[in-house]
Design a protein. Structure first.
Length: 297
């Protein structure tokens, strides 16, 4: 199983890029960034706080790294037009020499949609929009297609190009989701799938993915799968979050082994709870690598 790092988007650019350089020089598989404009409040209340725009930061990540995969976790199709998603992705894949992964989702964060006047459609309509968007993006990034024509409920494309094409063929599209319909769309159109969860929750969601693959005729073995959770090493109180794994080095090594046994290809470590400053984060990330991650086969 591979391990990737998920820095928070509130980091000053110099601190973020230094952390990413260290990850590139180390044993990390990739670096992921969220695509949000403000912290989440769970309702329409806007929130202040630095949130560097991911598509502005990604070219810098491509420039300061040589080995890491870099990607969005994830970009909402409720916010981004498919033409922008495809053309940005192709450009960043060229900048990185073929190391970009486009993470997509249907959109969910209420306050950023409300504050910026972006409609957050009802779930069914939102998924329908996502379905059209991912098909268009996939076609635009296809090196075998010179142009794309698509007439749907939400988008109209007529002989639309995407040049230059990405280095990768195909450029990997990742979808973060757990709903049955979204999973089926993922199986039809994506190369990768991501979820949050402890091993118990992740096992259930992976089973749902396998079922969706079977219903759509997709071999589940052809889907790269990744999972995220906050990680707490030591005896202190575990962080609060939707998915947390905690304990001693031995306990965490066993936990990560369970993810690997479930068949996950990649575990993504958010660094959000690993230190208030760059020095503390560096030390905690280094300790996690040396005491736990290096012990997982």
């Amino acid at each position: 199983m591979k391990f990737s790092l998920w820095p928070k988007n509130d980091r000053a650019p110099a601190d973020l890029l230094e952390e990413v350089r260290r990850a590139d020089a180390g044993n990390w598989h990739g670096v992921w960034l969220a695509d949000h404009y403000m912290p989440d409040t769970g309702d329409t209340t806007p929130a202040r706080g630095d949130a560097y725009e991911v598509w502005g930061v990604l070219p810098a990540l491509a420039a300061v790294t040589e080995r890491l995969r870099i990607g969005t976790l994830v970009s909402p199709t409720s916010v981004h037009h498919p033409a922008l998603l495809a053309n940005r992705s192709a450009t960043i894949d060229q900048l990185s020499g073929g190391r970009f992964v486009l993470g997509l989702g249907a959109g969910w964060q209420i306050n950023e949609h409300h504050a910026y006047g972006i409609e957050l459609e009802p779930p069914g309509k939102r998924v329908s929009r996502f379905s059209e968007s991912i098909q268009i993006v996939k076609s635009l990034l296809d090196r075998e297609q010179e142009s794309v024509t698509f007439h749907g409920e939400f988008y109209d494309f007529t002989d639309a190009p995407c040049d230059p094409k990405p280095v990768q063929s195909p450029l990997p599209i990742l979808v973060g989701t757990k709903g049955p319909r979204m999973l089926r769309i993922t199986c039809r159109n994506a190369q990768e799938w991501n979820t949050w969860g402890t091993p118990e929750v992740a096992a259930e969601r992976r089973a749902a993915l396998t079922e969706a693959c079977e219903k759509t005729g997709r071999d589940p073995k052809t889907m790269w799968t990744s999972v995220n959770a906050l990680v707490s090493l030591g005896d202190g109180p575990p962080p609060r979050g939707r998915a947390v794994v905690s304990g001693s080095a031995a306990q965490l090594t066993d936990t990560f082994g369970r993810y690997a046994e479930l068949g996950f290809d990649e575990f993504i470590v958010p660094d959000w709870n690993l230190g208030a400053g760059s020095s503390e984060r560096r030390d905690n990330i280094g300790r996690l690598q040396s005491e736990v991650l290096s012990q997982v086969s």
